[in-house]
Ligand binder design. Structure first.
Ligand code: 0RQ
Length: 503
């Protein structure tokens, strides 16, 4: 694999992960690559975790602060959490180990809009970035870095770093070279210029990441797959949700309010979001485009099937089967997929300009259209807001999808008041469950409540919601009627009895 490091000076810096981990000390802030299980370092996290364990065994403190692109994997987030080696973590995670440590109060977690990460690194909001650790497919003779399956925040994490460690992963397909588009000229206010991207597949930058080569202290050779989580096959609920969204698109195209190839599609993480894209395979739309942060199996299959002509993303996050399809078809896919820094992919200016259709999954929505994407029962972190806020607020259409109930019906995903607010009533346009869709555009809170309860709630909870709403209308202000002492009682009942239904 050393031949993937063409630059002679960097080749001389090849060393083991254990040696490279010596550059990492207690208390440091690390920029760690990785975005939804793609492009994260495969070897350094374990080596850092071992250093932490050894330090703890000696009775010394060893914890780092880690800023990633988004979620990583068991061999990154997982091993560091297991070694109790993380003090602070942002901006998004989905690893059970990290999640449990966050919810146990052992890790300080900042859940944030992904579009903010790079500009906040650039402007020093996190203080010094002591070491940045990224993964690459290779390094060219002139020291340019060929990114791997995700770019995430690498561009800015490399620029801000005091020291840099590059893992070069021989498992990453060499044909990934030229699939990336790294835009360097975003600038700092008050001197920022418009970002010159006007179509989802425009290329406005360089296919390579660049850094100050003098800062590179180590190059580590690896040979490991990305996380490659498997998706559940779309179930009946997901198919019903997908069918309603597709019906709506059909209707809008017929009415002349949407182009025949729709508008650029964004799809969030998770099984339901992936199922919506799977539903588009059989829908009567061609020449689709994607503008999304994470490109999963569903979108890949649309491109391979010839239904989607191009897609822009910041990472490729595939199941093992989809990875195989990607590698088998990479010659065909190379000019159709473009991978960008998350600051560009999630950029509000671009999402608004392109008129993206945002489709994200949620934990729960309330009767007025506020959405909680992140917290279970208001207190426990699931994953994080990720890019859902960047897209929802700036989208042409913003959808939130979820089954109407969770945990075998013990939880209603439509509640009187959300137990945590991620997306406000001002941003959310459509709520879709397997029961139906609520089109909240141009409606007052009271008009919305009728639609959300009667179209989206599960029949087991509809009467309870109508009863709450009817009493709320007699309780106080009539703009957004609530009975404050009761608004979160459904959650409290679940915490106490394991069921939101009244026994
Ligand atoms: O838990 O696995 O223990 O059974 O949540 O739920 O229905 O499988 O849905 O996989 O689509 O994930 C919102 C978490 C949905 C995800 C969320 C429980 C449910 C199950 C998963 P189990 P499903 P999905 C782009 C945009 C935020 C980030 C985002 C997410 C588990 O989509 O993290 O959108 N989104 N990023 O049982 C308690 C409820 C529940 C509930 C579901 N009301 N209360 N538990 N669950 N509803 C990508 C990036 O930004 C990088």
């Amino acid at each position: 694999a050393a031949e993937r490091v063409q630059h002679q000076g960097l080749r001389a810096k090849i060393m083991s992960a254990e040696q490279a981990a010596e550059f990492v000390q207690h208390g440091m802030t690390l920029g760690i690559a990785g975005f939804t299980g793609a492009g994260y370092p495969k070897a350094l996290p374990t080596a850092i975790a071992e250093r932490a364990k050894a330090a703890h065994a000696r009775g010394e403190e060893f914890k780092i602060n880690m800023i990633t692109g988004a979620s990583t994997a068991p061999e990154c987030d997982g091993v560091l959490a297991a070694a109790n080696a993380v003090n602070f973590r942002n901006p998004f995670q989905s690893d059970p180990g990290i999640r449990n440590s966050i919810n146990a109060g052992n890790i300080h977690y900042q859940d944030m809009h992904l579009s903010h990460v790079e500009q906040q690194i650039r402007n020093g909001f996190y203080g010094d970035i002591h070491v940045t650790i990224i993964e690459a497919t290779g390094i060219t003779a002139d020291g340019k870095i060929i990114p791997s399956m995700g770019i995430g925040h690498n561009n800015e994490a490399l620029k801000a770093a005091q020291k840099i460690i590059i893992e070069v992963n021989a498992k990453q397909n060499p044909l990934l070279e030229t699939m990336h588009d790294v835009y360097f000229d975003i600038g700092t206010p008050p001197n920022r210029q418009p970002i010159p991207l006007v179509k989802p597949d425009d290329r406005i930058g360089s296919p390579y990441l660049e850094c100050d080569l003098d800062k590179v202290v180590a190059v580590v050779l690896t040979d490991g797959f990305d996380r490659n989580s498997k998706f559940a096959d779309p179930d009946e609920n997901s198919k019903r949700i997908a069918a309603q969204i597709i019906d709506f698109f059909n209707h809008e195209v017929k009415a002349g309010r949407l182009p025949k190839n729709l508008l650029p599609l964004q799809s969030g993480v998770g099984n339901v979001a992936n199922a919506v894209l799977a539903g588009l395979l059989d829908a009567p739309f061609d020449d689709l485009t994607g503008y999304t942060e994470v490109l999963q199996d569903g979108m890949l299959d649309l491109i391979i099937a010839g239904k989607m002509k191009s897609a822009s993303a910041t990472a490729l996050s595939f199941s093992p089967d989809a990875l195989q399809r990607f590698n088998d078809n990479i010659e065909f896919l190379r000019d159709k997929i473009v991978l960008r820094p998350m600051e560009i992919t999630n950029n509000p200016e671009l999402i608004r300009r392109l008129g993206v259709i945002g489709m994200n999954a949620m934990i729960e929505a309330d009767i007025y259209g506020n959405v909680n994407s992140t917290h279970v029962m208001g207190t426990k972190m699931m994953n994080g807001i990720g890019g859902s806020g960047d897209f929802t607020r700036n989208a042409f259409f913003s959808f939130f999808v979820s089954p109407s109930v969770a945990k075998d019906g013990a939880i209603s995903c439509i509640v009187p008041m959300v137990s945590h607010h991620d997306h406000t009533e001002h941003d959310v346009m459509f709520i879709v469950t397997e029961q139906g869709m609520a089109d909240l555009r141009g409606k007052s809170p009271r008009q919305r409540a009728q639609l959300v309860i009667n179209n989206c709630a599960h029949p087991d909870y509809r009467d309870m919601l109508n009863d709450y709403y009817a009493r709320a209308e007699k309780a106080g202000g009539l703009h957004t009627p609530h009975i404050l002492a009761e608004a979160l009682s459904w959650h409290q009942r679940f915490v106490e009895t394991g069921d939101m239904r009244i026994k």
